[in-house]
Design a protein around this ligand. Structure first.
Ligand code: LUZ
Ligand code: MOS
Length: 754
């Protein structure tokens, strides 16, 4: 197994933006941002700042040569604020100086004259004022209105989920170098090099071919660099183009936390109707998405919310409405799960409430309503190769969940101040960008004359192991040692018009493009070998473990010799290929279609222990049966699943974003924003790989793994609620994540309201 990336990481040898060798004459950028959540910028006094020795220039909106615009879905986001300030942390001026310290001093010396305007932070208030990012959308199936009368139980309520800081280890940053043709080379920590290229072109007025964007690897991203790495790269590029000198711009942790968007908080209303057995007949839900100040990716995220409104369940009558609400917070953005976790949490809340009303265990309702092959998703796609029930059953059986339930009941009878709880969480997650045109990728493969192989794709390595997976693909197709293969940096001059590495599709899309490009070269090599064998029948040639075989027999030719012959015969040893996911489509007028190449399924059980005196808790175990397809790399996939689950648990428990009533982030550093650490990780985590069928739309029959396991974390919330109810059966159940220890304590000891 080739372990290029991990080897570099554990030795501290891998290069991130901050490890780039520094060019001569390097200048540093710092950003002056809006101190107010909503205001009118009436004047900017730069005089004091400009007098500081070592300040090279200060760039503001009027000095932008091209368009002052970096919105990608909608053009509603200026790079530098011109008149209206929409959130605390919005960039107003870019200070370029000879050192980072001087740049920061320059930022501190800028004076802004601001007229305060009324801010809005609550999505429901924004909706009431008609402050919407885009018109609401509704996905519907069956007839919800007519179905209520058939229900024996109807529950309804409001559900809230909080935001989440990405907390990638490497903060946002970029290094821009002017080139001798009047262009730029931008080294950026982005999931989306083509977007950086396109928007730098727009802002500087240069054409895209003058801008080369290079990405080595990211120190984590989780969606936070799909869209929001762009601004900082464009700023560095703009300054470098203006001054004709290299410029570096890296955010400090506190700046990153305050200036950039996060997972969207949602506030939702639902109504769920069931029959006597607990079968869900009708579900109506409205999602108020807190988009923050600009569109960013919010409409796409809301769309995925609507796709996943029913979670892993079949509900024949469903109506889901999504409202993207414009508020005066930093623009919220992509984050692992991309709107689906918010939808699934509401569904689980509704099931939980119904279960209590019916005196049932929630898992009974969950299990009864699982999707089956032959069902239809509410957006019109047929459910095929469904693994929802097989994962659930395997989870019950393998982890003996009935016994766990009994053990927990026994424990709770015997203990007064410590209580345990458990909950199930089934996941069904659609794989493909829901924006259909993004489902394409390309790869460029070179074989050098010594037999070594170089591969460039649009995939960005961010710790998820996409480079190793692509390398495995090439090693398998050529049947050569992985040591011969190198995955190159991601660069817009080698892979053009790329989609972001996102939506869990990086390995599928770029792996498939790599497979196609390798097959083009392999075909040429087969023909070369056939000619060499004197029969011109390439169909008889195979390469196995670097040996060239003819009708299964050794030829004396090996990989290196064959490459040399091909070169001398003037056969091309390079190929480029393009892959586009077949047979996916969606009609936004009808809100129906087949948006996903396939779905990923699984079931988790989470068990917790709660200290009812202190409100603190621990996760005792996470047990999962997950459908990885035929995993390309089980170790990497396991790491993805474990990391995602812990991140999901963090979202629902510890991680709480608190803002002042003026919209200032009060949890803007790591002493007051708490993420799971090693002591908080589950005591036991067992992830079983479901034995699986072929998945031809995944690379080598594997399944995408980046996002789906995140949502197993949702079980932690209901496990905690179960433990709390064991302590205080009459408590008022909060449907409001995160369930911090503080909230647990306040809920357990809340006085009766008379
Ligand atoms: N990004 C995107 C995503 O642009 N479209 C998507 O559907 C998506 N899904 C998950 C994560 N990122
Ligand atoms: Mo994304 S949330 O960058 O897959």
């Amino acid at each position: 197994m080739n372990v290029q990336e991990p080897r570099l990481h554990v030795r501290g040898e891998s290069h991130f933006i901050d490890d780039q060798p520094l060019p001569e004459n390097l200048l540093y950028g710092a950003v002056f941002v809006s101190p107010t959540a909503h205001g009118r910028l009436n004047g900017l006094n730069l005089e004091k700042a400009e007098k500081i020795p070592g300040i090279e220039t200060i760039i503001t909106a009027p000095s932008i040569p091209g368009e002052n615009q970096i919105g990608s879905i909608f053009p509603d986001e200026p790079l530098l604020a011109d008149q209206i300030l929409h959130y605390q942390g919005q960039a107003i001026a870019l200070v370029i100086a000879q050192s980072p310290e001087i740049a920061s001093a320059g930022v501190r010396a800028i004076l802004a004259e601001i007229e305060e305007l009324e801010p809005v932070f609550d999505p429901r208030q924004a909706a009431a004022k008609d402050l919407l990012i885009c018109p609401p959308r509704t996905f519907a199936a069956g007839d919800v209105e007519k179905s209520w009368q058939d229900c024996s139980l109807i529950v309804e309520g409001r559900v809230d989920t909080g935001g989440q800081e990405h907390l990638y280890l490497e903060t946002q940053g970029s290094l821009a170098l002017p080139t001798d043709n009047g262009g730029l080379k931008i080294i950026s920590a982005t999931q989306n090099p083509t977007l950086v290229q396109r928007l730098t072109a727009k802002v500087t007025g240069l054409s895209m071919h003058r801008i080369e964007v290079e990405v080595h690897r990211l120190g984590g991203a989780f969606g936070g660099k799909e869209e929001q790495a762009t601004a900082w790269a464009v700023m560095a590029g703009l300054a470098a183009a203006t001054l004709k000198k290299p410029v570096k711009l890296v955010l400090r942790r506190g700046e990153d936390m305050r200036y950039t968007g996060k997972r969207h908080p949602y506030s939702s209303d639902y109504r769920l109707g069931l029959n006597e057995q607990g079968r869900m007949l009708a579900y109506e839900v409205t999602f108020y998405q807190n988009a923050g100040a600009t569109a960013d990716l919010s409409p796409a995220i809301l769309e995925r919310t609507l796709f996943h409104a029913a979670g892993s369940y079949f509900i024949p009558n469903l109506k889901a409405t999504g409202i993207s609400c414009r508020t005066n917070l930093p623009p919220n953005t992509a984050f692992r799960g991309f709107g689906a976790p918010q939808a699934m949490f509401v569904m689980e809340a509704a099931i939980f409430k119904a279960a209590i009303a019916m005196g049932k265990d929630p898992s009974e309702i969950q299990k009864l309503n699982l999707l089956k092959s032959g069902d239809y998703f509410h957006f019109g796609m047929e459910v095929e190769h469904c693994q929802a029930e097989s994962c659930w059953q395997e989870t019950e059986k393998r982890f003996n969940s009935d016994k766990s339930k009994q053990d927990i009941r026994a424990f709770n009878r015997e203990h007064r101040l410590v209580k345990k709880g458990m909950a199930f969480m089934p996941v069904c997650f659609g794989i493909s960008f829901t924006t259909i045109f993004l489902n394409q990728a390309n790869a460029l493969v070179h074989v050098y004359t010594d037999g070594s192989v170089s591969i460039s794709t649009g995939a960005v390595e961010m710790g998820q192991g996409v480079n190793i997976k692509i390398l495995q693909v090439a090693a398998e197709i050529f049947s050569i040692s992985p040591e011969r293969i190198k995955i190159e940096s991601t660069n817009t001059t080698r892979a053009a018009n790329t989609s972001p590495t996102a939506a869990s599709t990086g390995a599928d899309l770029n792996g498939k493009a790599t497979e196609l490009a390798c097959r083009i070269i392999l075909e040429r090599l087969h023909r070369t070998a056939a000619a060499e064998q004197g029969h011109n029948d390439p169909g008889h040639i195979t390469i196995e473990q670097e040996q060239v075989l003819d009708t299964g027999k050794r030829t004396g030719l090996d990989w290196e010799k064959l490459i040399t012959i091909a070169y001398l015969k003037r056969v091309s040893l390079s190929a480029q290929a393009h892959y586009a996911t077949p047979d996916i489509h969606f009609d936004q007028k009808k809100e129906k279609g087949r948006p996903f190449a396939y779905l990923v399924y699984g079931t988790a059980i989470i068990e917790v222990s709660l200290d009812c005196l202190r409100g603190i808790y621990q996760v005792d175990s996470v047990k999962v049966v997950h459908d990885f397809g035929r995993s390309l790399n089980p170790l990497i996939d396991l790491g993805q699943a474990e990391g995602a689950i812990v991140q999901g648990i963090g979202w629902l428990t510890l991680e709480e974003l608190i803002y002042s009533d003026q919209g200032r982030l009060l949890t803007g550093n790591l002493t007051n924003y708490k993420v799971p650490d090693i002591y908080y990780t589950p005591r036991e985590m067992t992830i079983h790989f479901l034995k699986n069928l072929n998945n031809p739309l995944g690379i080598f029959n594997s399944k995408a793994v980046g996002e789906p396991p995140f949502m197993y974390g949702i079980a932690v919330y209901w496990a905690l609620i179960e433990a709390m109810r064991a302590f205080r059966p009459d408590m008022e159940i909060p449907y409001d994540a995160p369930l911090t220890p503080e909230k647990v304590l306040l809920t357990l000891y809340k006085e009766e309201q008379e």
